[in-house]
Ligand binder design. Structure first.
Ligand SMILES: Cc1cc2nc3c(=O)[nH]c(=O)nc-3n(C[C@H](O)[C@H](O)[C@H](O)COP(=O)(O)OP(=O)(O)OC[C@H]3O[C@@H](n4cnc5c(N)ncnc54)[C@H](O)[C@@H]3O)c2cc1C
Length: 451
């Protein structure tokens, strides 16, 4: 039995952030990761508000080396000829005019190694299998390494940052799929995809189409992540290999497919489903749940990594405070809970409505009335947790949205009806399929084969 002050489950961005910051504060921290870095992970487009966190962790220069700068977000809609690009320099607070697009294998390794450098006992290839909580809040954690050996720790505090593995969510059976939203995605990495020019080269492109939307995320090495986020009923209709399915789906959106003329697949294609969920609670006596281990909504605004790392940064202060002053536990946890839910709620309001025609129109034709466009830019930058006055412009955006909704009531109600039908018919049976698992006969397919 080994002892530590804090045990962190998971070596993703949230886990490595909270671990590094707690070690800096002088606590003995053990961080357990079931796999080994570098490893593929989805979630490659960061937001400007990630930068202050990376700076605080001391890894900004390393991320600058592996990432391409993302100055804006480009939205494309079939009904409009030209894309609409939002630039972060136009946000309410103009201090952070860019973010990064990163290959997560490299990014997560930087963060995990940094935690180790800060003094965290980081361990890979070891999966947490069980935890027993004691009356005083401490816990006994059992983990198994890849050779099948069992290891045990006694920790004063436990942080669950196990991502979609939702370790404590599963243990306590408190994980709920979202009633309002459900998506599935299929994605891969390509070479030879047409890139934007100049400062726009690092921008993410979003293309809306009949069954959902596509992302194009460019990387520094010239490759590109291309993915389709679809209604689950559409992914369920798949009868071909996942590679073929991704290419067939791209072919439904001529503007997106046009950029794939010379594209060649360089990774397995993965499909993942039903990823909108939330746990009933994010803390209890002796533990805190952060990042995707607590909730995930949707990737459309690239908010997942920021919400995870921002939560982790605050969680480090909360856990530090609780260990120093146990009587303050419930006050600190309530405040933390409020902050995390505020971020999720603010993003969710827009995400749940993004399929509505009037919301799409407002995104495609931005107006800066009441500083609404600057407010949306601040939302897209993830600037929700500082004193930037974002609430007022977002409030006016909502008023105008409801007004526009009423003006085109029939069309919007039809879209809502369709959305509800999609949610009802969208029970996905598959959590994650990748083309390597599937051993698809036609692996290595390129866009040219489909065109
Ligand atoms: C299709 C899709 C596209 C996305 N695109 C974006 C995007 O563009 N931008 C963005 O910001 N976000 C995006 N996201 C979200 C993003 O992937 C996550 O929000 C982010 O990775 C969360 O970080 P985390 O540290 O909480 O969890 P993770 O990054 O998932 O890390 C959790 C870690 O815990 C480990 N683990 C799990 N169980 C155990 C266990 N029992 N024992 C030990 N270790 C364990 C896992 O191996 C993993 O390494 C996307 C998500 C999806 C589904």
């Amino acid at each position: 039995m080994m002892d530590c002050d804090v045990l962190v489950i998971g070596g993703g961005p949230a886990g490595s952030t909270v671990s590094a910051l707690l070690a800096e504060k002088g606590w003995s921290v053990t961080q357990l990761e079931k796999d080994a870095h570098p490893k593929f992970h989805i979630g490659e487009s960061l937001l400007p508000m990630n930068l202050p966190i990376l700076e605080r962790l001391g890894v900004l220069e390393q991320v600058d080396e592996i990432g391409i700068r993302k100055y804006g977000v480009e939205f494309n809609c079939e009904s409009r000829e030209k894309p609409t690009t939002y630039y972060f320099k136009n946000a309410l607070n103009k201090n952070h005019p860019y973010a990064y697009e990163v290959q997560r294998a490299k990014y997560d390794k930087i963060l995990f190694s940094n935690a180790n450098l800060k003094g965290v006992d980081t361990r890979e290839n070891i999966r947490v299998e069980d935890v027993e909580f004691h009356k005083d809040g401490s816990s006994t954690i059992q983990a198994k390494d890849s050779d099948g050996n069992l290891h045990q720790w006694k920790a004063r505090y436990l942080v669950d940052a196990s991502g979609r593995g939702t370790f404590l969510g599963n243990k306590f059976k408190i994980k709920h799929r979202s009633k309002h939203h459900s998506s599935a995605a299929v994605f891969g990495h390509f070479e030879g995809v047409e890139r934007r020019q100049g400062l726009d080269e690092g921008n993410i492109s979003v293309y809306w189409f009949e069954h959902g939307w596509f992302w194009f995320i460019p990387f520094k090495d010239g490759s590109m992540s291309v993915g389709a986020v679809c209604w689950p009923y559409y992914l369920n209709s798949r009868k071909v290999s996942v590679e073929q399915f991704l290419m067939d789906t791209l072919a439904l959106c001529p503007a997106a497919m046009d950029r794939m003329r010379n594209a060649k697949l360089i990774s397995p294609v993965t499909a993942t489903g039903n990823f909108s969920y939330r746990l009933k609670k994010m803390y209890g006596k002796g533990y805190l749940i952060i990042g995707d281990a607590f909730a995930f909504i949707d990737p459309v605004f690239s908010s997942g990594v920021l919400l995870g790392m921002n939560g982790a940064m605050h969680a480090a202060d909360v856990v530090d405070g609780i260990l120093r002053e146990p009587a303050s536990e419930s006050r600190r946890l309530r405040k933390f809970d409020h902050m995390v839910r505020y971020g999720l709620k603010t993003f969710s309001w827009f995400i749940y409505r993004i399929t509505q025609p009037c919301m799409r129109n407002m995104f495609m034709g931005p107006r800066n009335w009441f500083r609404m466009e600057e407010g949306i830019m601040s939302l897209l930058a993830g600037d929700l947790f500082r004193d930037t006055p974002v609430k007022r412009p977002l409030f006016f955006f909502k008023i105008i949205y409801y007004f526009a909704y009423l003006l085109d009531l029939r069309r919007n109600l039809n879209a809502l009806k369709q959305l509800k039908q999609s949610l009802r018919s969208g029970a996905l049976t598959v959590e994650e399929i990748s083309s390597t698992q599937e051993q698809a006969k036609d692996s290595g397919i390129s866009a040219k084969h489909v065109a």
